[in-house]
Design a protein. Structure first.
Length: 445
């Protein structure tokens, strides 16, 4: 497949790097340094030029492109890129936007702006934050099969109840599959006797109830239903959308915004949120407003440095769990190393959402884990799949190492996979796969 990616920033470069091994990728950017970096670091054709220009798109081969992904930092530019591509041919177009207004307009008219699919970075980031907040101790959360199946990644700190246990001892929940252990950046496919060590990351797949039960066994932190106090620091679009989604979950958060006009605006739009006008990096404010009694603090300010400061202040005064928005991807590990519980990078979650459209027709969803060391795929079983009509135990020996079948849904119902389970055509299968074998898995299943 020929894919044109316009914009070689963090989102575009992540997409291009992920697709380069399997697709013919062309990257377009106006920045000569970015173009040079892409040329020498990835197996792609990088072109310096304006992606809104027909001349540049034609140089990139838009007439032969199967897909055009517009991922610059300008919403308007991305929309124009998609519209321009449609004037030449009919590639599948994806636009990344930040403003939800554009998303709402696009949703009301299929194919509006010449865009086949639109990803709203701020909204998708807020959805990710609320999903992670709903599972105590989770570092990453994704849903599959229309929300029937959950995948979650959990850290195992020193002193965790499961540190030192085997997988069999830790697996006390119905409808739960231990898909992988990530240890020192390597993927370990666990057996029943595999020991779980401190500092491991554990990936589990199953029903929401079983995954939440497992989360509760790791840490006694409250679920969203039990949370007495949630504080959101920053009333920008991500903070606002996060508060709105918390309200939809029946939570009445507090939101802290320094700017008077913005604070008033979000207060009018969020009926169940208490908006406080203050500087949230002021520890005296934190103490005065009893933020230490909060169960969760979400830092969604306009800079990584402010989000780090707000999160560390919250941890210092005793907040159990902090989630911080991190715009610069290289800071994610740093944030978590110095004490922030979960760092969420909007560009990474956006890239993941876009990448799933590059998979084959029967791949319904994809989640990327741990700096692209593994993926979780949702695959609809067709007649050509190795699973169709067969027992799992008969198929697994022919699959490469590094693959775990985590869950099956049939007619919207969850089936916990066992060796004797027969997979039927039309089933949705959620599969964990080491990145090294992802192509073989995609071919087989």
């Amino acid at each position: 497949m020929r894919v044109i990616v316009v914009g070689a920033g963090e989102v575009g470069s992540t997409i291009a790097a992920t697709l380069a091994s399997d697709h013919e990728v062309v990257v377009v950017d106006t920045d000569s340094e970015r173009v040079e970096t892409m040329t020498y670091s990835h197996d792609v054709l990088a072109i310096e030029g304006d992606g809104t220009s027909l001349e540049t798109l034609e140089e990139a081969g838009v007439d032969r492109a199967d897909m055009v992904i517009a991922s610059t930092d300008s919403d308007e530019t991305n929309i124009v890129v998609c519209g321009a591509a449609k004037t030449v041919d009919d590639p599948f177009t994806i636009a990344r936007v930040k403003k939800t207004d554009y998303l709402r307009t696009w949703e009301h008219s299929e194919g509006a702006f010449g865009v086949d699919f639109m990803v709203c970075t701020d909204l998708h980031t807020a959805e990710t934050i609320v999903q992670i907040a709903g599972l105590p101790g989770a570092r990453d959360v994704d849903t599959f099969a229309g929300g029937v199946v959950y995948m979650a990644e959990f850290s195992v700190p020193e002193g965790s109840p499961i540190a030192g246990q085997t997988v069999s001892e830790a697996d006390r929940f119905e409808s739960l599959t231990f898909a992988a252990i990530i240890r020192d950046g390597d993927v370990v496919i666990p057996q029943g006797g595999t020991a779980i060590a401190p500092d491991d990351a554990v990936v589990v797949i199953g029903s929401f109830e079983s995954v939440r039960g497992f989360a509760g066994s790791l840490a006694p932190a409250p679920t969203l239903e039990e949370a007495n106090e949630v504080v959101i620091v920053g009333g920008g679009e991500i903070g606002y959308q996060t508060a709105r989604l918390f309200e939809a979950e029946g939570i009445s958060p507090r939101l802290v915004e320094r700017d008077h006009d913005r604070a008033r605006e979000v207060a009018e739009r969020l009926p169940d949120t208490l908006v406080l006008e203050s500087d949230a990096t002021d520890i005296d404010f934190f103490m005065r407003e009893h933020v230490d009694e909060s169960d969760i603090v979400v830092a969604a300010l306009d800079s990584d440095e402010k989000n780090l400061l707000a999160s560390l202040l919250a941890k210092r005064i005793g907040v159990d769990r902090t989630l911080a928005v991190v715009e610069f991807g290289d800071y994610v590990d740093l944030f978590e190393a110095v004490g922030v519980d979960v760092a969420v990078n909007p560009r990474v979650v956006t890239a993941e959402e876009i990448i799933r459209f590059t998979y084959r027709e029967h791949t319904e969803n994809v989640a990327i884990l741990e700096a692209d060391c593994a993926e979780v795929l949702e695959i609809e079983v067709d007649p050509d799949s190795a699973l169709a009509g067969n027992r799992i135990r008969d198929v697994v020996p022919d699959l490469p190492d590094g693959v775990v079948i985590g869950a099956i849904t049939r007619d919207g119902e969850l089936i916990t996979p066992r060796g004797d389970t027969v997979v039927e055509r039309g089933d949705h299968v959620v599969v964990f796969a080491d990145i090294e074998v992802i192509d073989a898995v995609d071919d087989a299943l």
